[in-house]
Design a protein around this ligand. Structure first.
Ligand code: UFG
Length: 333
């Protein structure tokens, strides 16, 4: 298939691009490089032997995106492009609504104009908002008490996709709700390498391990959990990438469908630190700090729907992710 991958040089998009190329698909990447580097294309080539066609463009520029659709008849769009920092979205909500919503609407308008009927959207467990039940299933309500604009854009885009599926009986849209992706390709050539001080746990751990940052603050030690720290569903990004290929099956029938991509097993922040120390053989400087506003105590996936309907499940562990992270770190020092 000829597949447009928006955000294809990003952390998750690049891992999916590799899988698609390995499966024999033709990949065209559109990315504005706002949060990724052009050298990712060399890494994709090193791993797969092939260079995807690349456009450095922003989805908010309708005219240039339309031109790309004129030049290629896509069979499918996989849509990752978007801003993703929770804290930045609280500070700059308009920027998030402009980029994530306008960008997606432009993309969908082009799909309509050029008769492209299939999309896989990179959604997030954040659409579930707060809930009494930590284990999230796809039948739970979405959109309630979402704590930040970033999360709201994910929810709003899912709603837009539902409306398009209602209006066009031939349209298929799959929302993949990611839990907490970690790790990288085993070659250590691709990975998450944010600029500045990271918000997310694993990139922060990496910067402490490399000596770039002094110590990790563990936000909250008094949660009502097994060890007092928050618990999350950390999923290896290579398993996550495979989930996108599994989702092709769901595109065969029109309509909107959502699937959780998670392991189904939570790990605490403290357990993450301990596992990293065990795998690296070195202590990771850390301290306990006050809770981070907006954090949920626990959230993990019920992955039974995706297993039953698409035959997908995770195979890699947190330990595997940590080992691959160390390979990435060695390659980038
Ligand atoms: N944490 C720390 N110290 C840090 C960074 C994080 O203790 O320096 C803790 C957080 O408090 C939280 C856990 O590590 O308890 C995970 O935090 P992340 O920021 O890595 O991830 P979140 O679970 O907050 O958010 C992630 C994605 C969002 C997504 C959400 C869905 O970043 O995009 O999962 O649940 F919306």
């Amino acid at each position: 298939m000829k597949i447009l991958v928006t955000g294809g040089t990003g952390y998750i998009g690049s891992h999916v691009a590799v899988k698609l190329i390995e499966e024999g698909h033709e990949v065209i990447i559109v990315d504005n490089l706002a949060n990724s580097k052009i050298t990712v294309l060399d890494s994709i080539k090193k791993i797969t032997g092939k260079s995807p066609i690349f456009y450095q463009e922003n989805l908010t520029n309708f005219g240039t995106i339309e031109k790309i659709f004129k030049d290629h008849q896509f069979d499918l769009v996989i849509h990752f492009a978007g801003l993703k920092s929770v804290s930045e979205s609280v500070e700059k909500p308009l920027m998030y609504y402009q980029q994530n919503l306008s960008g997606t609407i432009n993309l969908l308008r082009c799909m309509e104009e050029f008769n492209v009927k299939k999309i896989i959207f990179s959604s997030s467990a954040t659409v579930y908002g707060d809930s009494e039940v930590a284990k999230r299933t796809e039948t739970m309500p979405t959109g309630q008490n979402i704590a930040n604009p970033y999360g709201k854009t994910k929810y709003m885009i899912e709603e837009i996709l539902k409306d398009i599926c209602t209006s066009d009986p031939k349209f298929s849209a799959i929302a993949l709700r990611y839990f907490n992706p970690i790790g990288n390709h085993s070659s250590g050539l691709l990975g998450e390498d944010p600029n500045g001080i990271p918000n997310n746990l694993m990139p922060y751990i990496m910067k402490v391990a490399s000596g770039e940052l002094e110590e990790l603050s563990i936000y909250g030690s008094d949660y009502d959990t097994s060890d007092g720290t928050c618990r999350r569903d950390f999923i290896h990004v290579v398993d996550l990438a495979n989930g996108h290929l599994a989702a092709f099956k769901a595109l065969e029938t029109p309509g909107f469908k959502a699937y959780n991509l998670g392991t189904g097993t939570p790990t605490s922040v403290l357990e993450m630190v301990e596992t990293f120390e065990k795998i690296s053989g070195r202590p990771l400087p850390h301290k306990f700090a006050p809770r981070r506003p907006g954090d949920l105590a626990e959230i993990w996936a019920d992955p039974s729907k995706v297993k039953q309907e698409l035959g997908w499940q995770t195979h890699l562990t947190v330990e595997d992710a940590m080992k691959d992270t160390l390979t990435f770190l060695r390659n980038h020092q």
